[in-house]
Ligand binder design. Structure first.
Ligand code: MN
Length: 224
């Protein structure tokens, strides 16, 4: 039987203070995220997934409650990894790629925050690579994620109320503006590089994206 693990939080529960309080993370990770893991595992007991099914397999091949809970596990894993207590500069080649698709970096930031702020109800805002390898920002309700459209997820922000209500009450936009400074751009860049490595025939045809990826990889290499 397939089993889903609760990922280890990549930092301490107070590491994102004052932007996200220890109390929020204790509820968000320790209760909400954990509950999705536990519920998905209970539902898997009565499913046909075999033990080597991955979380992505389960998301792509399930619906209803199992999809909702498994996708919420994936989305939360991605959210914690999208944030860092020690943000660094955005890789230059990532900025170029963003400019290619959004005109300016400011346009990109404005669109991301606007879409996250205006998503009706509960859900997630994602930066993803679409099937034409273009960067797009999406509003996805409830547990929805880019995998269902065969898009490559690069970055996500949780806009369910439980993500910000303790710290910001109803002020979702304030939460988003503060959280922006904790985005882990190296994680975003590494997802683009991983996408390239997972292609069966990486960059067979010379494309603009391949050039960016090649340069991103080098930019992410540790300098000596
Ligand atoms: Mn959440």
């Amino acid at each position: 039987m397939a089993k889903i693990e609760l990922m280890q939080l990549p930092y301490e529960t107070d590491a994102l203070e004052p932007v996200i309080s220890k109390e929020t993370i204790e509820y968000h990770y320790g209760k909400h995220h954990k509950n999705y893991v536990d519920t998905a595992n209970k539902l898997l007991e009565n499913s046909n997934f075999d033990e080597d099914a991955t979380l992505k397999d389960i998301i792509r091949e399930s619906d209803g409650a199992l999809f909702n809970n498994a996708a919420q596990v994936y989305n939360h894993n991605f959210y914690w990894l999208s944030l860092t207590p020690t943000p660094t500069a955005i890789p230059k080649k990532l900025v170029e790629l963003i400019k290619r698709d959004f005109g300016t970096f400011q346009n990109f930031k404005d669109e991301f925050i606007e879409k996250a702020a205006t998503l009706f109800g509960s859900g997630w805002t994602w930066l993803e690579l679409d099937t034409k390898e273009k960067l797009v920002i999406t509003q996805r309700s409830n547990a929805n994620n880019p995998l269902v459209d065969l898009h490559e997820p690069l970055l996500t922000i949780d806009v369910w109320e439980h993500a910000y209500y303790i710290d910001y009450r109803n002020e979702r936009k304030k939460y988003l503006e503060k959280l922006w400074d904790l985005i882990d751009w190296k994680f975003v860049a590494s997802n683009i590089v991983d996408y390239y490595h997972d292609l069966t025939e990486p960059c067979k045809e010379a494309s603009e994206l391949c050039d960016y990826i090649d340069m991103l990889q080098h930019e992410n290499e540790p300098t000596t």
